[in-house]
Design a binder for this molecule. Sequence first.
Ligand SMILES: [Zn+2]
Length: 440
Amino acid sequence: MLTHIMNGKVFDVRNNRLLDSDVIIRDGRIESVVSRGAGKAVLPEGAAAETIDASGCVVMPGFKNAHTHSSMTFFRSLADDLPLEAWLTEVIFPYEAKLTADDVYFGSLLAIMEYARNGITACQDMYFFQKEAIRAFVESGFRCVVNGSLTSNGSKDYDTQKEEEASYARIMDENEFFSAVSPLVSYAPGVHSTYTTSAHLMKGVSRALHDLKKGLFLHMNETAVEASTAFKKFGMYNLQYVDSLGMFDYGGGIFHGVHMQDVELAIMKEKKVGVALNPCSNAKLNSGAPDFDRYAEWGILTGIGTDGASSNNSLDFFKEMWTLQALNHIKFDKILSPKPHDIVKVATTGSAEFMRLGDSAYVEPGQNADLTMISINDANAIPFTDFCKYLVYSANVSNVRMTMVAGKVLYHDGKYNLPVGKDDIISQVESRLARIRSGK
Ligand SMILES: [Zn+2]
C-alpha cells in the first residue's frame, strides 16, 4: 500500500529545520522524502497512492510515550490531590483489585484513542492483564512495548525459592509471547519497583535477564521517601541495589528518576541505563522535579512518559514538554536551558531510543511511518517563528491534525480509525467503572 503526504513541511529533528517536502510511504515504512511537489514523480508509474494533504502542517515523528499505564484511564480524576503513598494504597490498589481482563481491554482502547488524538505513536505500557491490553493495541494498529510488571504483592510464596523460579519463568514466557505476537509489539523485561518486589523475585528476574541478554525496566526514586527507605533497607542507594543484582548488565531503564545520587547516575552512564521522565505526574503528586539538565550533563539517554492517566491526568506530550521546561526553570533557577529543541528531541527520538524503537524515530527513508501532522496555521501558531518553540510553548493537542502508525492513519481531522467506535469505547469504560465503584 502506498501513501503520499503532500503540500506540507517535514521536521528534520536531527538538524532542527523544516523542509518543504513530500513523504512517500510504502507498506508501513517511509520509502522516500522528496522536495515538495516531486512526490508524484517518484511514485511507480500507474501506482494508486492514498493522498494526505499536509497544507499548513508539519509532518514530524510521533511522540513516544516511554512510560505509561494505559488502562489507568479508568481512574482518571478518581483520587486527585493525594500524596503518592496514600493515593496508591488507599485508592488505586483497592480499585485495581476489581479490574477484569475485559476492563483492561477497554481502558487500553480509551488510552489509544487519546494517544492518537494527541500525536503519540507508541507507548511503553506497564500494567496487569497485558495480553488483553495487547489485543487492544494490535487490533488498533498501535505500537506498544510491553513492560514487565512483576510484583511480590499477594504472592503466597513471598521471598522463597518458589517465587524465584516463578519470576524467572514469567519473564521468559512473557518475552517469548510478546516478542512473537505482532510486529507492532516488543517486550521490555520489568518489575514494578524495588519496594514491591522481594529479593528472591529479583534473583529470578536477574537470571532471566542474563539468559535473554536484556536489561531491566522499573520505577525508581519517584519520591524522596522511596529513595531514603530503599537506602535504609538495602544499605546502599536504590539503583546501586538493582545493579548489585546484575540487573543492568545489559542496560535497561528507569521511570521517574527524580531523587538521584551521583553514584546512581554514574552507574546509569556506565551501564547505558536510560531514564523516562514524567514531569506532569511528578508535579501533580508533589514528588519533585526531574532534573533534565543533570541527566544531559551525564550523557544519560532520556525520554518522556506521561505515567498513567490517574496521576497526570492526561496523556498529552505538549503538557509534558511545557512542564518539564517550566520545572527546570523554577527548580534550578535558570532560564536558558533546556532549549526547546532539546525537549522536543527527548519527546520523540530520545523516547524512541529508550524504548528500543530507533527504527520509528525519524521522518527518513527506511523508518517506520509513525508520524503525526501538526498545524502551523492556527491562531496559537501565528506569528510563526520557530517550530520547537511553538511545540513546547504554544501548541496543544488541538493543533494535531493526523496521527499514523506503521502507515495506518489512526486519527485525522476529528475522525478515529479504531476497532471500536468512540462512543462505544466511552460507554464501555463508564459502565465498567460504575461496576468497579459499586464494589463488584
Ligand atoms: Zn508509573
